[in-house]
Design a binder for this molecule. Structure first.
Ligand code: SF4
Length: 123
């Protein structure tokens, strides 16, 4: 069970196996990835950073975000494995994914978090 200072909930990563990837699918949203993370992900995929940006990322005023594709009436991250229902680049996923569900946003949006993540228990 994982806990973080300042958050009034805990997270059980073992629940990810039965969840089906709700944190990687659903409504469209930004999946931020910084320059260091781009380098790690490109290396993991065995492609150049330029090719990674061209095929899998898009640029905004704030930086790069991972592209999405349509999935079950909503959207999924392009790196979401639709068959295995998990992240195909798990070891090289960006910090936004690694720090889920301990995001500042969820401190004041617990209902939204509980609807999205079955691994969360309020303390
Ligand atoms: S990179 Fe992996 S963990 Fe992050 S949203 Fe995409 S599929 Fe999910």
């Amino acid at each position: 069970m994982l806990r973080e200072n300042g958050f009034n909930y805990e997270f059980d990563p073992a629940k990810c196996d039965e969840c089906g990837g709700r944190c990687c699918t659903g409504e469209s949203g930004y999946i931020w990835i910084n320059d260091d993370e781009i380098a790690v992900l490109a290396d993991f995929l065995g492609i150049s950073q330029n090719l990674l940006k061209e095929r899998f990322l898009f640029k905004t005023k704030r930086g790069y975000s991972i592209k999405e594709c349509e999935f079950q009436g909503g959207f999924a991250c392009v790196f979401f494995d639709k068959v295995k229902k998990n992240c195909s680049v798990y070891e090289a996923r960006p910090s936004q994914c690694k720090t889920f569900p301990f995001w500042e946003h969820f401190k004041n949006n617990l209902r939204e978090l509980q609807a999205e993540c079955i691994g969360v228990n309020l303390l």
